[in-house]
Design a protein. Structure first.
Length: 198
């Protein structure tokens, strides 16, 4: 079993439970099939039952919650889950996942070992956190550029980013900033060039 087997389930649960509220089995089936289009309605029903059986979802059918409550998930652009990983999920492994804790020096401790490094907990400085997506490194500069060009305050851009994330679900900050720039009618070629990964 590979880390990708765990990654897909964690990402799917993050999408389904992004509101933070419990869902019924039918709600989750609807998200998997009609909202996201990842599975057929029949496959979605099988997947939900399998995730309950394998320990990924807990509660009764009208009020299910994910076993993982405090975890962060990164999702690559264009990602979608492999259906077989949802229909026949791996068993939830409580040793693999631990709740996030705050270390004595006040820094966040990464708790989810989705990379299989064997190091479950390591200090992470939130300000200097290393992102897998290299475009994340230019978010602050891109935000300042859009603010200057559009005459929007940084705080307003932050509010719009949050609104887009609430509406679109799992979307990166840099993509939200690019969408805001487009809405403001800014010339996009320099922004696209800055976001291009060579």
């Amino acid at each position: 079993m590979s880390d990708a087997d765990y990654d897909d389930i964690c990402r799917v649960l993050a999408v389904c439970f992004r509101s933070g509220e419990s869902l019924s089995d039918l709600d989750i089936e609807r998200i998997l099939s009609f909202d996201m289009g990842w599975l057929s309605p029949e496959e979605a029903g099988t997947a939900v039952e399998a995730m309950i059986d394998k320990g990924w979802l807990v509660g009764d059918q009208d009020s299910l919650t994910p076993t993982l409550s405090n975890y962060s998930v990164t999702t690559p652009l264009g990602w979608f889950p492999r259906p077989s990983r949802l229909i026949t999920p791996v068993q939830y492994d409580s040793v693999k996942f631990q709740d996030e804790t705050i270390s004595a020096n006040g820094k966040k401790t990464a708790s989810v070992d989705l990379q299989g490094s064997g190091k479950i907990s390591k200090p992470v400085d939130e300000e200097n956190e290393v992102f897998k997506d290299p475009r994340s490194k230019i978010e602050r500069r891109l935000k300042r550029f859009v603010s200057k060009q559009s005459k929007l305050e940084i705080e307003e851009i932050d509010r719009r980013i949050q609104r887009k994330k609430n509406a679109l679900g799992m979307v990166s900050n840099w993509l939200c900033i690019a969408l805001i720039a487009r809405e403001q009618g800014l010339e996009m070629s320099s922004i696209v060039d800055a976001l291009s990964i060579n």
